[in-house]
Ligand binder design. Structure first.
Ligand code: DHB
Ligand code: FE
Length: 279
């Protein structure tokens, strides 16, 4: 059966893509942030996963406020990126995965999750920045990507507990897929941040670190927060934690953290990175 070999959490902010394009990763502002990635790249290089399930949120490139699926999943053989207006270069197409995607869709519907099924979506920085980070030089075409998009922009948003349960359902679907594919799962975005409004700029480093601890040892504790709690504690875009919870749900059992980094502020965010392996 296909196997989930690890979970990775990472920031997705556009400024990272711009910093990589400009080659300024070693400057004082960026070096502690980019220091998180060599061990993760090394692990990916050793393990050579076949498929990446990427939990991300679409910030308006494909799904704007007029059409906002709660959960959407891609089943296409390729995904294009496009200019979002953040100043990041448009990147080469991302390779899709069609068989496990459809199996996941069928299993989700069978298990009372009803995602929007997408055969043609543009993917935004929520997905492309993490991929570019993991594969410098945008050398990611060999990896088959399954985008899973979670609404983090427009109320009502799916609850943290629901996002965790979605991840568990996807994890079980992977485990029931015949084959020997190695699957890595990315939880992108976060951690605490708010981009606009009166509390723009809020960062809660204590909470961010507690989230990273609990993601390893007691993810269910995080599912007891509501989205309103997260917004209060971690800012309006702090709800991007939901993608991390979905990733953790996928891993089903206990995990061991083999790598962690946290830097704040990076742009407007607390930027956390973790590599989790199944136990
Ligand atoms: C920033 C953070 C985000 O989550 C995002 O999607 C875009 C920008 C930022 O802090 O710059
Ligand atoms: Fe974001």
């Amino acid at each position: 059966m296909a196997k989930i070999i690890g979970g990775i959490t990472t920031s997705h902010i556009p400024a990272i893509g711009i910093a990589m394009d400009r080659g300024i990763e070693d400057t004082p502002y960026w070096k502690d942030f980019f220091a998180a990635y060599p061990p993760i790249r090394e692990w990916l290089n050793e393990q050579q996963p076949d498929i990446a399930i990427v939990f991300y949120n679409d910030h308006g490139l494909e799904m704007f406020l007029d059409k906002k699926p709660t959960f959407a999943i891609g089943c296409a053989s390729q995904y294009e990126n496009a200019d979002e207006g953040w100043g990041i270069a448009t990147i080469p197409p991302v390779t899709g995965e069609t068989e496990l995607s459809w199996h996941i869709v069928n299993e989700l519907v069978e298990n009372d999750f009803d995602p929007t099924v997408c055969q043609d979506i543009k993917v935004d920085h929520g997905l492309t920045v993490p991929l570019s980070l993991m594969y410098p030089g945008r050398n990611y075409q060999h990896l088959k990507v399954i985008p899973v998009c979670i609404n983090c922009e427009r109320h009502p948003m799916p609850k943290p507990s629901r996002c965790y349960a979605l991840g568990q359902a996807i994890g079980r679907a992977v485990e029931s897929f015949p084959g020997d594919q190695k699957v890595v799962v990315f939880g992108t975005g976060g951690l605490s941040h708010q981009l606009d409004g009166e509390r723009a700029g809020i960062i809660n480093a204590d909470f961010d670190n507690e989230c990273m601890d609990k993601l390893v040892s007691d993810p269910e504790a995080l599912t007891r927060y509501s989205n309103d709690d997260l917004i209060e504690i971690a800012g309006a875009q702090g709800v991007e934690l939901n993608m991390w919870l979905a990733m953790r749900g996928c891993m089903l059992g206990n995990v061991r953290e083999v790598h962690r980094n946290y830097v704040a502020p990076i742009s407007n965010t607390g930027a956390g990175t973790q590599l989790l392996l199944p136990e």
